[in-house]
Design a protein around this ligand. Structure first.
Ligand code: FAD
Length: 403
């Protein structure tokens, strides 16, 4: 009897899992279910090339239209999975029908955290998570003159940069006292702050929004009020609990998985944004929200199903593009003890090397793609330069990679 793998979610993780299974010779059925009606596409370009008008909808698709048929991947679009019955090895679909599985891969990602005022989700605030959101935002941005963006994180700031390119007046409101504080050191926050300011963004830091009325009037905790045409927000994501609620799948801010992406139910795997895993680079359990993580965890789950297990142990990496600034992050800087800046003679080009107990744990590179690639190799090989080598711009760090 042929086995059936059902994959819930056709984002970065889900599509990769289906492809890897086929590439690795899986001969059974693959059912790839997406609650979105659009053919599977990449998410990072939504807040970059797509909304900038530089990439078309077609250009951001993962695969050509016939890929799924050609590879016998049963792609079901516009279908939501409502429940998982682990005892019966069955899922329930939005039309009430049931589908059996031998292996289940949950790749459902995360969804936007919404702003609540007076105990209610505020209306007429637009968030970006999927292609439908992008189309709505595209329509709203074009006629707007003044756009307020709540949240000075990656997505909020990418939206600010592209709205500036569209010659809009832009205000960013951030509760913290600096941009991207959760993930970046002060030196990098400052470059992004200075660049956004230089492009004309009004930055309100250390300020919270206490109410948004009719998507037009924004009340701040310092008593001030802003009037605007459009409110966008990027204030983080959460993993929906709906799918695993009332099931016996362990959940703790995400589906809890082992190093092979298996949940506590051995034939139920979770990958990508929705998977809470022990990360050997962070040395703790967490969820990562990145393409790298979704893609690499998909390969791990597929390899386990194919009986050739490889444990998840890849260097985390991420990127953001804003104006001429391209920031690439390798490793996880959480818990660092010392951060050393390796400054290139050119402006806005440097890398920050993070050390814990004399060991390199992460590198953030600003407009230094070669540093980023070397960092990924150094971290993967567990090779640590000394702090003196990092400080010495003439020392070639990639020489450490040569045997
Ligand atoms: C605007 C934007 C910009 C980003 N930029 C970057 C970047 O520059 N670099 C980077 O590394 N990462 C970036 N990310 C994050 C990255 O896209 C995610 O980490 C990645 O998509 C996670 O992949 P995933 O497979 O876990 O989930 P997703 O790609 O989100 O896919 C999950 C899919 O599952 C579907 N789904 C959910 N529940 C169900 C259900 N019950 N039934 C059926 N289908 C369901 C969802 O609709 C979705 O299509 C960005 C994200 C966004 C939104």
């Amino acid at each position: 009897m042929k086995k059936r793998v059902v994959i819930i979610g056709a984002g970065h993780g889900g599509v990769q899992a289906a492809s890897t299974l086929r590439e690795d010779g899986f001969e059974g059925e693959i059912v790839l279910i997406s609650d979105e009606s659009d053919a599977p596409y990449q998410k990072p370009p939504l807040s970059k090339g797509y909304l900038q008008g530089k990439q078309t909808a077609q250009a951001i698709l993962f695969r050509s239209a016939n890929y799924y048929n050609d590879n016998e991947i049963d792609l079901q679009l516009g279908v939501r999975v409502n429940h998982i019955y682990t005892q019966e090895n069955q899922i329930e679909l939005s039309d009430g029908s049931k589908l059996d599985y031998d292996y289940l891969i949950v790749a459902t990602g995360a969804c936007n955290r919404k702003l609540l005022f007076h105990g209610k989700i505020a209306e007429k605030i637009y968030y970006l998570r999927n292609f439908t959101d992008a189309k709505v935002i595209e329509e709203k941005i074009n006629p707007a003159r003044h756009i307020v963006i709540i949240g000075g994180g990656f997505i909020g700031l990418e939206l600010a940069a592209l709205a500036i390119e569209k010659e809009k007046k832009v205000t960013v409101i951030e509760t913290e006292d600096r941009l991207m504080k959760r993930v970046l050191p002060e030196a990098l926050s400052k470059v992004f702050y200075d660049t956004h300011k230089a492009h004309g963004v009004e930055m309100l830091l250390g300020v919270s929004v206490v109410d948004v009325i009719d998507g037009k009037t924004i009340k701040l905790n310092d008593g001030k009020t802003l009037e605007t045409d459009l409110v966008l927000a990027g204030i983080g994501v959460i993993v929906e609990t709906e799918l695993t609620e009332n099931s016996d799948i362990s959940f703790d801010d995400g589906i809890v998985v082992n190093g092979f992406q298996q949940s506590n139910i051995p034939n139920v795997y979770a990958i990508g944004d929705c998977a809470n895993h022990y990360n050997p680079f962070a040395k703790k359990s967490l969820r990562l929200e990145s393409v790298q993580n979704a893609v690499d965890q998909a390969k791990v789950a597929a390899s386990h199903i194919m009986g050739k297990p490889i444990e998840y142990n890849t260097v985390p990496w991420f990127w953001t593009n804003q104006y001429h600034l391209k920031l690439q992050m390798a490793g996880i800087s959480f818990g660092f003890e010392e951060a050393i800046i390796r400054q290139s003679p050119k402006p806005d080009r440097f890398s920050v090397y993070y050390f814990r107990k004399e060991k390199l744990i992460a590198v953030d590179s600003l407009n230094r793609p070669a540093d980023h690639l070397n960092a990924r190799k150094l971290l993967a090989a567990g090779i640590s330069p000394t702090k003196q080598q990092v400080e010495d711009f003439d020392f070639k760090l990639n020489s450490l990679l040569i045997d």
